[in-house]
Design a protein around this ligand. Structure first.
Ligand code: ADP
Length: 451
């Protein structure tokens, strides 16, 4: 529960952090969008007033003259002909579209604004257009309204700027029109402006995520190690208890007066005590060696030896010491190869692998010890017909204190240090150890040592 909280709280903090950063990006984006619209609004308005001040015209003079002539023609020729309603609508549409065409073709405001904005160093990624809200023709009979629309403010796109609205009365028509600019590419304009801030925020988010991930990984690793350590303590207690209780029982046996009369029994008990003392001693030595390994670097006492011969000697003495506990096939394919090894450590390495091959076997152990030379390395492989190692544990078996859970872990004795030790020794020699294994089929451990 405590561990879960340790993870949940930082996760929540991270989520809050993401939300804040997201909110910041959205705010920066909105603010920059508003700024861009305001910037273009003032730029375009500035341009129109510059044009008016400098040249004394608004850019639509020519368009208005032409429209006036056109309106005059319509008033003269078309209006008197009008009789049917359908014709009225048709005429209005034609006059309006023609007026639009005249205005667009003959106005000079848009090109002036374009130049002005370019000169000021801003992008001209926008579209300008004219919108006629009122148009009526003036005839002797009065006004003939062509268009009269009030814009629905809610429907106007948010990217549109109304640069100016003009109301004009000429000989033949009255008009109200606006010059508009649509910032169609506003998002890319905003992105260019806000890019650096967004990049910084994204970068800070990435850094926080990285730190979070590293911390979480360390935490998990620590949890795993503390789990391994408590497993180790349980195993060690169990391992130490067995010889100790045997020695205690043997001691009590020796205390019994009737045993003194039976020298065979005394000898047998003494042997048992001595055997268990050796076991105890070995256990304590293993633990001491490993804690020593932790503190100092390996000091190897290396000697050049005939690798095949040394391996054979180790295998033979192992077989003798374990009373022929396994069938071992030896295949030596590195005759005459000399390697510089620390004989004691090298022996420990091979012994640990042989002991595991016997220990983790549920039938009569058959072991193949083979040697060879490849890539300027002496290689010794130990293949067994044991229980194998499940795939998900393979990556961890060389870790300190790691033991593959076999249901009841106490069934097969061990401290989870043997392979750790093998790995440390192999790497101290400049080599390495690797494993391939298939559950229920067996495993092969391969040690490589540079020649
Ligand atoms: P220990 O044998 O004391 O548990 P080791 O470090 O020697 O520790 O081995 C670590 C784990 O690797 C063992 O618990 C065992 O599950 C697995 N293992 C080692 N050698 C073999 C093997 N030859 N066959 C199957 N499993 C093995």
């Amino acid at each position: 529960m405590k561990h879960r909280l340790i993870i949940i709280f930082p996760m929540l903090a991270l989520l809050v952090f993401f939300a804040v950063q997201g909110f910041m990006i959205i705010s920066i984006w909105k603010q920059e969008k508003e700024n861009t619209l305001m910037r273009y609004e003032s730029l375009t308005r500035e341009a129109t007033s510059v044009l008016l001040r400098a040249k004394k015209f608004n850019g639509f003079e020519k368009a208005m003259d032409i429209t006036d002539k056109f309106a005059g023609l319509v008033v003269e020729e078309k209006l008197p002909e009008l009789s049917r309603k359908a014709d009225t609508a048709n005429l209005k549409e034609k006059v309006l579209s023609q007026t639009y065409a005249i205005l667009q073709k003959n106005e000079v405001l848009s090109s002036f604004i374009n130049e002005y904005i370019k000169k000021k160093g801003y992008s001209t990624d926008y579209k300008s257009f004219i919108w006629i809200s009122y148009l009526s023709l003036l005839s002797e009979k009065g006004q003939f309204i062509i268009a009269d629309t009030v814009p629905d403010k809610d429907k106007i796109k948010k990217t549109i700027i109304v640069v100016n609205t003009y109301k004009e009365e000429h000989n033949n028509f009255v008009i109200e029109y606006s010059f508009l600019v649509d910032l169609t590419e506003i998002n890319s304009l905003v992105f260019r402006k806000a890019f650096f801030s967004i990049l910084l925020i994204t970068f800070s988010v990435l850094i926080v995520v990285l730190i979070f991930w590293l911390t979480l990984r360390n935490l998990m690793e620590e949890r795993r190690l503390s789990g391994l350590k408590s497993d180790f303590i349980n195993n060690m207690t169990h391992e130490l208890k067995t010889p100790l209780s045997t020695i205690t029982v043997a001691g009590r046996t020796l205390e019994k007066p009737q045993i003194n009369t039976d020298p065979d029994k005394v000898l047998e008990t003494a042997k048992m005590i001595s055997k268990q003392s050796v076991n105890l001693n070995q256990l304590i030595n293993t633990i001491l060696e490993v804690s020593l390994l932790e503190r100092t670097e390996f000091e190897l006492d290396r000697h050049k030896v005939n690798a095949d011969e040394l391996t054979h000697q180790i295998v033979s003495s192992y077989l003798t010491s374990c009373d022929g506990c396994a069938t071992i096939r030896e295949e030596y394919k590195a005759p005459g190869t000399l390697v510089a090894v620390d004989i004691v450590y090298f022996t420990t390495m091979i012994n640990n692998l042989l002991a595991n091959a016997v220990k983790y076997c549920d039938k009569d152990p058959v072991i193949i010890v083979s040697t060879g030379v490849a890539d300027n390395e002496f290689q010794v492989s130990i293949t067994d017909n044991g229980i194998g190692i499940p795939h998900e544990h393979i990556d961890h078996i060389f870790d300190k204190f790691y033991r593959v859970p076999h249901g009841n872990i106490h069934k097969i004795k061990g401290l989870g240090l043997g392979l750790y030790y093998v790995k440390r020794i192999a790497t101290a020699h400049g080599g390495d150890v690797s494993v391939s294994s298939r559950p229920d089929r067996g495993s092969t451990f391969k040690i490589r040592i540079p020649i």
